[in-house]
Design a protein. Structure first.
Length: 450
């Protein structure tokens, strides 16, 4: 490659100034050793000539997009959020609110912590394996250390070598790994853990409004456990301990956090204004307690409680909340949580108790939340339909979504003398009707319901 010829000229110039002999022999040894560690690949040439490039779209963009989608599918599964399809899974992020995005971010941080801990353990184990360390020093040290000694005085030697000689990225990272092998393990662990804790504390109350926010934060967190960053952090913190200066990492972390809570308007590029929060409707304050809820939460709540639109006066929603609280908190009328409104505990869940936010969207075939409670458990819908067929009110049908099944339910209600309550339809399934139909089916053939 042309770049190697240019470097050879630079090497000869410096060696001449240093009055070192046998230039050809030294360069020949260097070129041979370099050939096993580097390669003039198309990717190397492209980065050397164009850097990141000037075109927004690149072939790597498609691969990166697919990778992010697949990663979010796995992270949403770890966060108990809805996914679909075979692997690679796809996270159903449509309609995610800030709480859902926050769960995704926390699951991603946990995943990165796991990978980082494995890397730190590997690094410590390899540091204790003398053959591995010695082979690393031989393969990398003989090449890079020799070049560092004759690189341009005062230059950033590593950058000089990586750019001018087209070092493969694996070898460049391997140099940092070699540097880490010489650092005391507890220093590395304390540095990485301190950086991770500071990052988590800074982003503890961050509000994620969209997927791009989460990608930004997870990538920033992942960089904390790369060989290059760890080496830089150890050096920076050691220097700060001597000089008393604040490490720049803390300033950069504050700036990263600030980007999630602000937007920069086009008309004022030097002014950062906080993005105003949307004003929730009165129905939100009726259904929820606390200031952290908006109309998106109300829409999600209605979907989970089987409230079908329209609900202009919010009455169906408030009735559904009471029905859910009766089922979730039992028949105790004095329960402090049975107040007809959703609080933080009921929405987010506590311990093993799932919150409303983690409840799946109500299936369209259920008329309301009460019917969902009766029929959603495995086998119960099939048991009801089988019983209706047994008492000869139904000849065919497999789901309560079918009109003939609904007609049979309404007929059963009449024959069992169980009139629908106020606000309910004759074809709605209630727990008393469900039990009565199953009891009827257990009687001798031809028996009446009552």
């Amino acid at each position: 490659m042309a770049v190697l010829l240019n470097v050879r000229g630079v090497l000869v110039m410096h060696l001449t100034e240093l009055k070192v002999t046998s230039v050809a022999r030294l360069f020949g040894i260097f070129a041979i050793s370099l050939s096993g560690l580097t390669g003039c690949s198309p990717s190397d040439r492209d980065f050397a000539l164009n850097g990141a490039g000037t075109d927004l779209m690149s072939p790597k963009t498609v691969a990166a997009t697919d990778g992010i989608d697949a990663y979010f599918g796995e992270i949403c599964r770890q966060a108990d959020l809805p996914v679909n399809g075979p692997r690679p899974l796809r996270c159903q992020t449509s309609g995610f609110d800030e709480y859902a995005w926050h769960s995704v971010a926390k699951a991603g941080l946990n995943d990165i912590d796991h990978r980082c801990d494995l890397y730190l353990a590997w690094l410590e184990n390899k540091r204790n394996e003398r053959p591995f360390v010695e082979s690393t020093l031989t393969s990398i040290g003989a090449t890079t250390a020799g070049v560092l000694g004759i690189a341009a005085p005062g230059s950033d030697a590593l950058s000089y070598v990586a750019l001018a000689l087209g070092f493969a990225s694996q070898t460049y990272s391997a140099f940092y790994t070699r540097a880490l092998l010489g650092i005391e393990p507890s220093t590395i662990k304390l540095t990485v853990e301190g950086r991770r804790l500071a990052f988590r504390e800074t982003f503890l109350n961050a509000r994620y409004r969209e997927k791009a926010d989460v990608v930004f934060v997870l990538r920033s967190y992942l960089k904390l456990c790369t060989p290059q960053t760890i080496t830089m952090d150890v050096n920076t913190f050691a220097r700060a301990a001597v000089t008393g200066e604040t490490p720049p990492q803390f300033t950069n972390l504050a700036l990263e956090r600030q980007t999630l809570g602000t937007i920069r308007p086009v008309s004022g590029p030097a002014i950062i204004e906080r993005r105003p929060a949307p004003v929730p409707s009165k129905h939100v304050s009726d259904a929820f307690t606390g200031p952290n809820y908006n109309d998106a939460h109300l829409t999600s709540l209605r979907q989970k409680l089987c409230v079908r639109p329209p609900d202009p006066d919010n009455s169906k929603t408030m009735t559904a909340i009471k029905m859910w609280e009766d089922a979730a908190h039992g028949a105790n009328p004095d329960s402090q949580y049975k107040n007809g409104r959703v609080d933080d505990r009921e929405w987010n869940g506590v311990g093993q108790q799932r919150g409303l936010r983690n409840l799946e969207t109500c299936a369209p075939r259920f008329q309301d939340i009460g019917e969902r409670f009766v029929l959603e458990s495995p086998g119960r819908e099939a048991a009801l339909i089988k019983s209706l067929k047994h008492v000869q009110l139904l000849t065919e049908g497999q789901s309560v979504a079918e009109p003939q099944v609904r007609r049979a339910i309404a007929t059963a209600r009449q024959k069992c003398t169980l009139p629908a309550a106020v606000g309910k339809q004759e074809s709605d399934v209630t727990i008393d009707l469900y039990n009565k139909v199953l009891e009827w089916a257990s009687k001798p053939e031809g028996s009446s319901c009552v």
